[in-house]
Design a protein. Sequence first.
Length: 411
Amino acid sequence: MLLAFYLAAIVASLSAVELAAGVALSPSWTAVVSTAVALCLLSLFAFANFSFGYLVGVAFFGMVVGFVWLSHFTSSRYDAAIARWSALVSLLAFLAPLLFQSRPAPRMFRLNTKTMDICVKVLLVIAVLILVLNFSYGFALVGLHAAEQLRGSIARPTLLNYATSNIIYAVLPFAFVFYAQRGSRLLAAASLILIPCFYPTLLNKTVLFAAAWIPFVFLVFRSFEPKQASVIALGTPLALGLVAHAILLAQNPIAHFVFGYANERMFAIPSIAIDYYADFFAVHPKTSFCQINIVRAIFGCHYSDQLSIVFARQYGVGNLNASLFATEGIASVGWIWLPAVMLLCGLVLSIGNSCSRHLSPQMIATSSALTVQALLNIPLSTTLLTNGLLLLFLLWYVCPGEQDERRSYSE
């Protein structure tokens, strides 16, 4: 039932975003029925147990449903009927391993609680050093609007960018929940506060709002059953933004801001990006995965710039990054082969299920709160290497679970 309401809220939110942008919508029974076909996938969530893949699956379920609804009102050049069916079949292929591949990884190497505590403290020291190093390359104490214009003006070495993203998306959320679960409030607070401290040098909204988003996810998973919490955590900002837009938008700039960040940036943009990618690659050559640097180096690429820059020039919407559905899927192979690629992507992400099988749902959800959002907006290859998902898998793998801690205590 929660997922059905979530689907309805996604459709209502995306419609509100489109109407606010001046796009004319004329809902029809065809649009309603074809979008409602996604309800058939709810049985998968009903039979699956909670896992990292379950949380990712809920997020991508909303993204794909949003695209299916949007495809009925687009003026883009692709075959919308083929796109809708391919997207739904691809979602099914993506969800199958994500929800049901839960074989625990053989833990040939694991840390006890004391050693893990030392390792996390060392990582926190490294995080502080990386923060200081970032500030040495420049910073700006500006608001969100000015930050968007200045974001590209502070140049840093590539290696530092990789280290910074891994620290923000993987290490600090993991450190927060690691200490919060053990009652170490000071270290948990320090881990959390370090994330927005990167804002003046990165000028990125994600790091600024992480201080609210991560503890919100932590509290939701403390208060509700894990599968319910997955939907509530994602659906609450969506619902709040929609209510604020309907009631307070004209009078309240804060409500306008909430709607813009939650409903537009968090939920609508990932669905809209699929539409843009489908439109562009309906008439342009596919990338054949050359957006991945190692593939580009070996085989070359038709596009000399990153896809986000190509789309900025083509559509005038700013640097438009997109999820694995758009980049590893539509851009690389097109709609026909999209289900096969999404199956492989689901298998790759299901490694997270195996690495975290021994951990609590609260640990899994809170530590991955930022990487799940990243998956909706950037390619899988980038999320794994640049945005810390592989590092998070490693931290999960070596982290002691509740049974390990009880065994250590009894010994």
